[in-house]
Design a binder for this molecule. Structure first.
Ligand code: S3P
Length: 433
């Protein structure tokens, strides 16, 4: 089989260092999207140049948005307002990015344009009915593969009516898609969700001048309010920081300072969970940047114990369960993860992938329909694991390699470029102290 890049991570070194992680992926996507829909110039700094965000950038360039590429993490976007997008001359390729595809669906449903969205083989298999159905009930015409539930799909946008939508899942992508559609039309569109999902769209749309109302149980937008170009500073991604939080906790004698990390409470479930497991993580220098809470995180190696995880914390930590599972495999006693069925439809089926990888290294782990059970404390052997083409599985297995008895060889690691360019260099750097 032809694997793209293999990495070997071995045990044995104490981790030390102070560093920043790349910009937040969710916030970077939104900054490009909302700046494009605003009127005038927006300067975005701290932007994540991962493949996912580049898919969003290219999508807007294909819709006629002019972008000035400044420095490695800085862009200037010349927004054209709510009615300024042009029809793309070709299919829009969202790559591996669910956020690009689902949020773009909401934006394009409101535009009187014909658009076709597709993605890589993983994204083409992910469920899209969750946005296609409510956008269709708002009045968009969307035709797609598998009875309009999968990409590629085609959108004939425009002529929408506001709705009140009760989402069956706590999904920021669904919520954002509907708010973005509703933002373009007269009237108020409301989305209710079972638990609060990440609220970056609400915060940033408000920052750009939209009429957004957040309330317990959901959010609403009253449309046709002009957005104005603003400067956005993107904080470090807590989902990327999570790999180093867990590494710092489980490698004995380690101490790491992660600077400038976004700690929005709708994203910081991983900190709550790891602290509850006994982890020493301190938030220092807490501040607010462009409407988002930010802090420096000091992590020291700790003795962890198993806990029961479920309910409202699940959407607040949804992307971190691969690496939380690694922490659980090293913790004393049993950790259970429930209410996390959404893990089955991420970049890969993450419940199956985590069980395959950690089980293959010797962990006592069992899948459940909506989560898993891990009995920690048994040492992990080394060995070979697959990434399943999923960036977060690859990086979580690298963290496991730091504390396994022998090296862990991870197959197909080029996917880490999706969210964390420079991950392997940073890992080497902190291993060298
Ligand atoms: C994201 C929302 C989450 C998350 C994804 C990014 C976003 O997905 O898993 O990585 O930027 O809105 P869901 O909306 O499917 O929960």
């Amino acid at each position: 089989m032809n694997h793209i890049e293999t990495r070997i991570v071995g045990p044995g070194k104490v981790l030390r260092g102070e560093f920043v992680v790349p910009g937040d992926k969710s916030i970077s996507h939104r900054s490009i999207m909302f700046a494009s829909l605003a009127e005038g110039k927006s300067r975005i700094s701290g932007l994540l140049r991962g493949e996912d965000c580049l898919s969003t950038l290219q999508a807007f360039q294909s819709l006629g948005i002019e972008v000035e590429d400044r420095a490695a993490d800085e862009l200037i976007i010349h927004g054209r307002g709510l009615d300024g997008l042009c029809e793309a001359g070709d299919v829009i390729d969202c790559g591996n990015s669910g956020t690009t595809m689902r949020l773009m669906s909401g934006i394009l449903a409101g535009q009187p344009l014909f658009s076709v969205l597709t993605g890589d083989r993983y994204l083409r298999n992910r469920p899209m009915a969750r946005v296609i159905e409510p956008l269709t009930s708002m009045g968009a015409t969307i035709h797609g593969r598998s009875n309009h539930s999968k990409a590629p799909f085609a959108i004939c946008g425009g002529g929408l009516q506001p709705i009140q939508y009760h989402s069956p899942i706590a999904s920021a992508q669904v919520k954002s898609a509907l708010l973005l559609a509703g933002m373009q039309i007269e009237g108020t569109t409301t989305v209710f969700e079972p638990h609060l999902s990440r609220d970056h769209s609400e915060r940033m749309l408000r920052y750009f001048g939209a009429d957004i109302n957040s309330f317990k149980g959901g959010a609403s937008v009253t449309g046709r309010v002009r957005l104005t170009g603003r400067d956005v500073v993107v904080p470090g991604d807590i989902s990327s920081a999570a790999f180093f939080l867990v590494a710092g906790l489980i490698v004995p004698g380690s101490e790491l300072l992660l600077q400038n990390v976004g700690v929005n409470p709708t994203r910081s479930g991983v900190i709550d969970i790891l602290q509850q497991m006994g982890g020493s993580i301190k938030l220092l220098n807490e501040r607010e940047v462009c409407g988002e809470p930010v802090a420096d995180l000091l992590v020291k190696s700790s003795d962890l114990h198993g806990i029961a995880i479920g309910g409202e914390v699940i959407p607040r930590a949804i992307d971190e369960f691969p690496v939380i599972s690694v922490a659980a495999a090293f913790a004393d006693g049993e950790t259970t993860i429930n209410d996390a069925k959404e893990l089955r439809v991420k970049e890969t089926d993450r419940i199956a992938a985590i069980c395959d990888c950690l089980g293959g290294l010797g962990a006592a782990i069992e899948p459940r329909a909506d989560g898993m059970k891990i009995v920690g404390g048994r040492p992990l052997a080394g060995g070979q694991v697959k990434s399943f083409g999923d960036h977060r599985i690859a990086m979580s297995m690298a963290v496991a390699g730091l504390v396994a008895q022998e090296s862990v060889e991870i197959l197909d690691t080029s996917c880490t470029e999706t969210s964390f360019p420079g991950f392997w260099d940073l890992l080497n750097m902190i291993q060298a102290g």
